[in-house]
Design a protein around this ligand. Structure first.
Ligand SMILES: *Cc1c(COP(=O)(O)O)cnc(C)c1O
Length: 333
C-alpha cells in the first residue's frame, strides 16, 4: 500500500540525508499543561523555530538540491507572499541559485521587503495572485526558470516528510500526530514518514472551518475548489489545485481524520501557546494546541502537535493575545 504512494519512506530518508545540516532538526518538548488537559502525554514539535520561521524550508531545500546543475543555474520561481516564498528565497540563495518570487501589486510592502531581504528577485506583476501565477508560468515557458510549487511536488513533500522522521525517532510510541493541513504537503510527507515506520500511529489533519479546500476535496472524493475566506490561520488558505497530482491521493490514503476549527478557537490556541507554552506561533502553527484545548482530539497518547510556523504580524499577535478581535483580510492594517 505505502509503496504505491507518489512519495515513499525511502524518498523521505533520501531527502533527510540531502538537507542535513541545511535545516534545523527542531526540538520536541513535553507540554505539561496540555497533557493535564488531555489526560495523556502531549509533546510539541517546535518547528516554528525552523530557519525562515516555518517547515517550508525543508521542502524548498530538498527541491533546490534535487535540481540538475543546469536547472539550478537557470533559477527557480514561485508565486508566494508567505512562508513558501520566504523558504524558497532562502534555500536558493544558500545554494547560490537565484529565486524569482512573483507577487501582485496588492501585497503589502513589509512582505515584499522581507522576501527581498532573504535574497530573492521579487517581481511585482498584476492585481491578483492569479496574475502573479501567470507571470510564473511565463517565466517557466519563455526563460526556462524551474517552478517550485508550495506543496504539490514529490521533492517538496519528501522534504516536509523529514519532520515526520524526527518525530518518530524522538517518540517511537507516538499514538497520534496532529498536523496542520492546507495544500497537504506537510500532512502527506509527515504521514508517509510516520506511518512508514509506525503504521499504527494515527495521523490527524487540522484546518479552519471555512475555506478548507483539502477537507472539501476529501469529502467529494476528488479535488474541488472552495471559496477562500480570510482566517487567522492565513497560511492554511488557498486551494489544492484541480489538477492535484501528489498531495490529494496521499492525504486520502494516509490521514485517519480531519478536524475543523473555528476562528475563535484558533485565537484561544495562539493565546495558550504564548501564555502557557511561551511560544509565539501564527494561527496555522497553533491548530494542534487548538484542537486539544477544544477537546476535539479523542484517543490514546502520547499525542504530538506540530507547531508549524511563527510568521504572524506582531501587531496582530498582540491583539490576539490581549483578547481583542483579530482583524482579518480587508480590515487588516
Ligand atoms: C504552508 C503552511 C501550512 C500548511 O502546509 P501544507 O503543506 O500547505 O498543507 C501550515 N502551517 C504553516 C505555518 C505553513 O506555512
Amino acid at each position: 500500500m505505502v509503496s504505491t504512494l507518489p512519495v515513499s519512506l525511502e524518498d523521505i530518508r533520501a531527502a533527510a540525508r540531502r538537507i542535513a545540516g541545511r535545516v534545523i532538526a527542531t526540538p520536541m518538548v513535553q507540554s505539561f499543561s496540555l497533557g493535564e488537559l488531555a489526560g495523556v502525554p502531549v509533546h510539541l514539535k517546535l518547528e516554528h523555530h525552523q530557519t525562515t520561521g516555518s517547515f517550508k524550508l525543508r521542502g524548498a531545500t530538498n527541491a533546490v538540491l534535487s535540481l540538475s546543475p543546469a536547472e539550478r543555474s537557470r533559477g527557480v520561481v514561485a508565486a508566494s507572499t508567505g512562508n513558501h516564498g520566504r523558504a524558497l528565497a532562502y534555500a536558493a540563495k544558500a545554494e547560490g541559485a537565484v529565486a524569482t518570487i512573483c507577487m501582485s501589486r496588492l501585497v503589502p510592502e513589509n512582505k515584499v521587503s522581507e522576501i527581498r531581504r532573504l535574497g530573492a528577485d521579487v517581481r511585482i506583476v498584476g492585481e491578483s495572485q492569479d496574475e502573479a501565477q501567470q507571470e510564473v508560468e511565463r517565466l517557466v515557458r519563455e526563460e526556462g526558470l524551474v517552478m517550485v510549487p508550495p506543496f504539490d511536488h514529490p521533492d517538496v513533500v519528501a522534504g516536509q516528510g523529514t519532520l515526520g522522521l524526527e518525530i518518530i525517532a524522538a517518540l517511537p510510541e507516538a499514538a497520534i500526530v496532529l498536523v496542520p493541513l492546507s495544500g497537504g504537503g506537510l500532512a502527506a510527507g509527515v504521514a508517509a514518514a510516520v506511518k512508514g515506520i509506525s503504521p499504527m500511529t494515527k495521523m490527524i489533519g487540522l484546518t479552519m472551518e471555512k475555506g478548507a479546500a483539502m477537507k472539501a476535496s476529501l469529502d467529494a472524493g476528488r479535488p474541488v475548489q472552495v471559496e477562500e475566506v480570510a482566517s487567522l490561520a492565513d497560511s492554511l488558505g488557498g486551494g489544492i489545485g484541480l489538477d492535484n497530482r501528489v498531495t490529494f491521493s496521499m492525504c486520502r490514503d494516509l490521514l485517519d481524520d480531519v478536524i475543523l476549527l473555528t476562528e475563535a478557537e484558533i485565537a484561544v490556541g495562539m493565546r495558550h501557546a504564548y501564555a502557557a507554552e511561551r511560544q509565539v506561533v501564527e494561527g496555522a502553527g497553533a491548530v494542534g494546541i487548538v484542537a486539544l484545548l477544544a477537546g476535539k482530539v479523542v484517543g490514546n497518547g502520547p499525542i504530538v502537535a506540530i507547531l508549524s510556523g511563527q510568521n504572524v504580524d506582531m501587531e496582530q499577535h498582540r491583539r490576539v493575545i490581549n483578547g481583542k478581535a483579530a482583524l482579518c483580510g480587508e480590515e487588516r492594517p
